[in-house]
Design a protein around this ligand. Structure first.
Ligand SMILES: C[S@@+](CC[C@H](N)C(=O)[O-])C[C@H]1O[C@@H](n2cnc3c(N)ncnc32)[C@H](O)[C@@H]1O
Length: 231
């Protein structure tokens, strides 16, 4: 096994519509703990998202594209509420299994989950002050990545922030050992390692996304693609 190149031929178990629904539901539930440990969103919120929301000087609308089990929005809502920011959050995911998992989270009056993809949201006339995503980019084919990136810019009037894992030996080794206590009954071990093998390095993501994007490393083992919305 080499990590020199993206393992684009690898498929994650959770991307198989016929995968075990019990293990999948457990995987969505436990994403919250994994994302808290590895996603770097505390840093991205403080350095990139909160200043944008604060600067609006009015209630904000933020979209999480490919929201999966919904844990990122729950976390961002807690952080923003603590900071006195007034934000309405939308989590969108076309996968019915993800949508159901998100709806099982305790309800917040500031968060809504919709079963929709980026193109349908755009066609419905939805627009947001900011668009974010977590762990979506590495799942997508080149064509789907181009469409996802384009839609996200067209949905946003402010910044677009797409966060993902960065492929690397250390990330792979640390994740393989660190996820073991959280993995029983889920796809977290197999899919997490496949995710790392499928994921981009900073320069690869910059090349894949093109000129409209700036790609950097906001935290160890993380990539962040930032774009200026054009809605
Ligand atoms: C691995 S999940 C990530 C879930 C969640 N963001 C997290 O960090 O745990 C990737 C999700 O992206 C969704 N997705 C793929 N293409 C999309 C699109 N064009 N618009 C919205 N969601 C999309 C998939 O349905 C899938 O649930």
């Amino acid at each position: 096994m080499t990590l020199r190149e993206r393992a684009v031929g690898l498929t994650e178990i959770m991307d198989d519509p016929a995968c075990d629904p019990v293990r999948l539901a457990a995987t969505y539930r436990r994403f919250g703990a994994v994302n808290r440990l590895v996603s770097g969103w505390g840093t991205v919120y403080r350095a990139r998202l909160a200043p944008l929301l604060r600067g609006l000087g009015r209630p904000a609308r933020v979209l999480d594209l490919g929201s999966g089990g919904g844990d990122l929005l729950v976390r961002l809502d807690r952080l923003a509420t603590r900071d006195g920011l007034d934000v309405q959050w939308t989590g969108a995911d076309p996968d019915p299994r993800a949508h159901e998992a998100a709806l099982r989270r305790p309800a917040s009056p500031r968060i809504r989950f919709v079963q929709s993809d980026s193109t349908a949201l755009l066609a419905a006339g939805e627009r947001f002050d900011a668009v974010v995503s977590n762990h979506v980019l590495h799942h997508l084919s080149p064509e789907a990545l181009a469409g996802f990136a384009r839609d996200s810019l067209d949905l946003a009037t402010g910044s677009v922030l797409h966060a993902d894992i960065e492929r690397g030996r250390l990330a792979y080794g640390l994740y393989a050992a660190g996820v073991l206590p959280l993995a029983p009954g889920t796809f977290l071990h197999t899919d997490g390692l496949r995710s790392i093998r499928r994921s981009y390095r900073v320069d690869e993501l910059a090349a894949a996304l093109g000129d409209a994007w700036r790609v950097d490393r906001p935290a160890p083992f993380r990539v962040l693609a930032t774009g200026a919305g054009r809605a």
